[in-house]
Design a protein around this ligand. Structure first.
Ligand code: SP5
Ligand code: ZN
Length: 340
């Protein structure tokens, strides 16, 4: 399998997130990638650089005004004489207007963000762009006949919607990969999201479409981030009705509980008979994850990889979350081993 990585991820660094009423360094940090690269090296696998793409490719899943904001946000921040990281403090919740984009920078930041945990720093746009290039390259390789590829994306992507950032995500790498496979002529693409947190952005992007199936297993949004999407009754709309499947699971779920949901989820993928599979691979389902509540052990990632690989589909694996930094590399490598 081919593994795609860009060192530009490291430009997204130094931000803080609001966590339980306190600003703390982001759990989503560059060291995550160092540990994944070390595990990849130990396994004897090679990594290659992503191809370059024109920014216009991002409009396949994102709104142009959102992309323009993201690209120019930090320069505008600097022009106001500021440095450090940008975080929003007010959001257009119910009762407030969403039908006009405010002109002020801080106002626009709140308009386009949905949490105060996803700071924009000087290098965020460049890093997010490089991560998206990794996912697009991984998709292009599969479209050209490669059986499986892995995109070591950082920052992650599955919380980013058409016009919305959050959950450490800015560009939706998995959605860009799925759309790229569609644009290459594959008729049906399935996205399987195993990150602990519901992939609200990916669900939103493909909500009314029947050409991309979205299947997600995650912590119950009643108590787990992102809280406001990811329930089992969300099935898609219009042409997309019946092409969205959510499996919210309670805190404390171990491999036995997870495997039961996984079997049903994979059944939906098989029934759909896709030409390719995109996996949003978050390993924050690990028992040692500092912000998540499932109880999968290290050995369970080998099982997870084996179950997904058994589908024998052309597969693009896209890195999402995973915050137990010391163990993230081994957990990712355990999944990839089933494909390598
Ligand atoms: C890609 C991804 O995994 N994004 C996750 C973003 C989660 N951000 C907010 C987490 C809030 C968790 N608070 C739980 C307290 C745990 N001690
Ligand atoms: Zn996550």
């Amino acid at each position: 399998m081919k593994l795609i990585h860009s060192p530009l991820h490291a430009l997204h660094d130094g931000g803080m997130e609001l966590h339980r009423g306190e600003l703390v360094p982001c759990y989503e940090m560059p060291a995550r990638v160092d540990h994944i690269l070390a595990a990849i090296a130990r396994a004897g696998w090679a990594v290659e650089a992503p191809r370059e793409y024109d920014d216009a490719v991002f409009t396949s899943v994102h709104d142009a005004d959102y992309l323009a904001f993201l690209r120019g946000a930090y320069d505008a921040w600097r022009a106001e004489g500021r440095d450090g990281f940008m975080l929003p403090g007010a959001f257009p919740a119910r009762g407030l207007r969403r039908d006009r984009v405010p002109t002020g920078l801080h106002a626009r930041l709140g308009y386009y963000a949905f949490d105060a945990g996803s700071p924009i720093v000087a290098g965020t746009w460049q890093a997010a762009r490089a991560a998206a290039h990794c996912a697009l390259t991984a998709a292009d390789l599969v479209a050209a006949g490669e059986r499986s590829t892995y995109a070591l994306c950082r920052p992650p992507g599955h919380h980013a919607g058409r016009g919305m950032l959050g959950g450490y995500c800015f560009l939706n790498n998995a959605a860009l990969a799925a759309q790229r496979l569609r644009d290459a002529g594959m008729a049906r693409i399935a996205v399987l999201d195993v990150d602990y947190h519901h992939g609200n952005g990916t669900q939103e992007i493909f909500w009314d479409r029947d050409d991309v199936l979205f299947v997600s297993i995650h912590g119950d949004p009643n108590t787990e981030y992102p809280f406001f999407l990811g329930h089992a009754d969300e099935r898609g709309a219009g042409a997309g009705e019946g092409y969205n499947h959510n499996f919210p699971l309670p805190r404390g779920t171990d491999w036995a509980g997870y495997a039961a949901a996984l079997e049903t989820a994979l059944g939906h993928v098989v029934d759909y008979a896709p030409q390719a599979l995109v996996v949003s691979l978050g390993v924050d389902i690990f028992e040692g994850d500092p912000i998540s509540q499932f109880r999968l052990g290290a050995a369970d990632f080998t099982r997870l990889g084996a179950h997904i690989a058994a589908l024998e589909l052309p597969t693009v694996l896209v890195q999402e979350g995973g915050y137990a930094v010391a163990e993230i590399g081994d957990n990712v490598a355990s999944v990839l081993a089933a494909f390598a």
